[in-house]
Design a protein. Structure first.
Length: 198
């Protein structure tokens, strides 16, 4: 892959910094709880308990927790957590005896996530700066790894999956929602940063 991964990450961070600060600005993708409820099947009741600072910047493409919630006391890793809508829903499920490690590479989203922890009092969540290709979590610690619309942004998807499986416990689950392209992308398109950040 000849795409400049560093430049790609910088462009992705620019976009999601804007989302963190102005989620209703209007982007080439949907944001917010209304979209999550109407299009992705999230429960309006579950989201009603979360503040707008958690749900407003949501920019996922599906609902990874619809495949099953974690159990009380379990550990979850959220790859590309953003402001944390899936993170906070997972934290409600694992309760105070569980843990959710929210990983994101964008400083503005990390700041927003940490503010949301303080706002909600859900201290079972810890935000960690890191990349999907190098998760800041020990081997075999997660009962569940989730990700929502993030893996498609990585030019090194094999490394992302290797990392997800590294941090999973034996018998742990990987639940992702993402974009899949069914047609081959021409070489020029593969090098176009705008397509990768779409």
């Amino acid at each position: 892959m000849s795409l400049d991964a560093i430049r790609l990450r910088e462009e992705i961070q620019k976009v999601y910094t804007e989302v963190a600060h102005d989620p209703k600005k209007g982007y080439h993708f949907h944001t917010g709880p209304e979209y999550a409820i109407e299009r992705l099947g999230y429960s309006s009741r579950a989201l009603a308990d979360l503040p707008d600072s958690v749900t407003g910047p949501f920019a996922g493409v599906g609902n990874p927790l619809s495949m099953g919630l974690p159990a009380a006391g379990q550990t979850v890793v959220d790859i590309g957590a953003g402001s944390g809508m899936d993170t906070f829903l997972a934290a409600k499920a694992v309760g105070p005896t569980g843990a959710v490690i929210a990983v994101d590479m964008t400083p503005a989203m990390l700041e927003r996530g940490r503010e949301n922890i303080a706002l909600t009092g859900m201290t079972q969540i810890e935000y960690r700066q890191g990349l999907a290709e190098a998760l800041p979590a020990p081997d075999a610690t997660a009962d569940l790894v989730i990700s929502n619309g993030v893996i498609n942004l990585s030019p090194e998807k094999d490394r992302v999956f290797a990392e997800a499986f590294r941090v999973l416990t034996s018998g742990g689950r990987l639940q992702i929602a993402d974009i899949v392209v069914h047609k081959d992308i021409p070489p020029a398109g593969r090098e176009d940063i705008a397509i990768w950040t779409a």
